[in-house]
Design a protein around this ligand. Structure first.
Ligand code: APR
Length: 383
């Protein structure tokens, strides 16, 4: 038997796509490498822009985030000249973020998919994708009119597409973050970015009991070298707690090293294979755009696949790259700018002093210029 769409991967991209396809009467199956518990247990992003919230809500997938998500309107910057808070909900398009842990969103999307009668197979790693055939590691196979590659950055669907000549644009910021999840309440109302000559530190409020922190660390850092004590001491230094008051501390639940790398596939699909989310392009986490792009791409791909299946109308698929790429590149441009703002050079060479002075000049412009704040707000909340 042949299904309409075989979706590889049950992350935000695959699950949004699956739900939207079911809504349009398309039969689909989701194939996910990991067990269900691992899929709903992995904490990642949590910062949803209004465009993603609107897309989810309009498609009946927003109940959880509307009920339990929190509204974030401000970010705070700290540096050697003190701190300031930018209320971006009063600048630009006057929009705010919804903070909703990604694993909660994934859980909601999974329940919605199952409630709609969707077929999902866990612990079903895909080995290879050729034309309409998806081969599993256990020897099984699924035949589909279309395959949707939602298997993340190192997935097999991206490999299948690039093997056919699709080119990639790529950038490495050369920066690594130690991403920490702490059992501690927030120490600031929302997001805090700290510039420091020892490297960047970030604070992202999540829930009353869990906060995410980031520390810029050398490339190749082993997270195991960072004890709880070392993490809190370094955060206190970089977040300048001597001036601004202590952080609320707690046990470190997770620590992982994340390299700030990005890439974009020139064409996110062809013929019978179409990619969305990290499979189609990876964005560095400096502006928290990744999950948002995944949602928007899946929502663009769903009607295109449905039209192709229902009446052989491939216009949506032909337009898919042109519909997505300008937004993707705009997000990358802002993420790149953010990365430059947050990561100054480390050290005391003349070049390092020059780079840090530029960083502070940028920050000062953001603190004092209304035009700059409007532009920041538009980019920060837009996708
Ligand atoms: N077979 C089946 N499933 C696979 C395979 C495979 N060979 N390879 C990967 N997967 C699954 C992974 O286990 C994962 O559940 O694909 C899923 C990909 O999900 P994500 O990595 O969350 O990617 P995506 O849905 O594109 O969402 C991207 O969410 O977490 C953020 O940082 C991420 O912001 C980015 C966004």
């Amino acid at each position: 038997a042949q299904v309409g769409v075989a979706i590889v991967g049950a992350g935000p991209a695959g699950l949004v796509l699956g739900n939207l396809l079911l809504d349009r009467g398309v039969d689909c199956v989701v194939l996910e490498r990991r067990e269900r518990a691992a899929v709903v247990g992995r904490a990642r992003a949590g910062f949803l822009a209004p465009g993603a919230v609107e897309t989810l809500t309009r498609n009946g997938l927003g109940d959880g985030l509307l009920e339990r998500g929190r509204t974030h309107r401000t970010c705070r910057f700290r540096g050697e000249h003190g701190e300031f808070t930018l209320d971006y909900s009063r600048a630009g398009r006057r929009e705010a973020h919804t903070v909703y842990p990604q694993q909660d969103l994934v859980r909601d999307l999974l329940s919605a998919f199952v409630e709609r009668g969707g077929d999902i197979r866990f612990a079903a790693p895909v080995r290879e994708v050729t034309r309409g055939t998806v081969r599993l590691h256990d020897g099984g196979e699924v035949r589909a009119r279309y395959v949707a590659g939602c298997d993340g950055h190192r997935g097999v669907t991206r490999a299948a597409l690039t093997a056919r000549g699709t080119r990639t644009a790529r950038w490495d910021h050369g920066v690594t973050w130690l991403a920490v999840l702490a059992a501690a309440g927030p120490s600031m109302p929302a997001v805090g970015y700290a510039l420091h000559e020892r490297g960047f530190a970030g604070h992202m409020a999540r829930t009353d009991t869990v906060t995410r922190y980031y520390l810029q660390v050398p490339r190749g850092t082993d997270p195991a070298d960072w004890s709880d004590d070392r993490i809190w001491t370094e955060l206190a230094t970089r977040m300048r707690t001597a001036e601004h008051g202590p952080l609320r501390t707690g046990a470190v639940l997770e620590r992982a090293a994340v390299d700030l790398r990005c890439d974009v596939l020139e064409r996110p699909g062809a013929d019978r294979l179409w990619l969305a989310g990290d499979a189609a392009g990876l964005i560095s986490p400096s502006a928290a755009k990744g999950a948002n792009l995944a949602v928007v791409q899946a929502a663009t791909l769903a009607p295109a696949l449905a039209a192709a299946l229902a009446h052989g109308d491939s216009k949506g698929l032909d337009r898919y790259a042109d519909d997505c790429l300008p937004r993707v590149w705009r997000a990358h441009e802002f993420s790149h700018w953010m990365s430059g703002l947050l990561h100054g050079p480390v050290g005391h060479t003349p070049e390092a002093r020059y780079g840090r002075a530029l960083q502070y000049a940028r920050l000062e412009s953001l603190r004092t210029s209304r035009a700059h704040q409007d532009h920041f707000a538009e980019s920060y909340t837009g996708i």
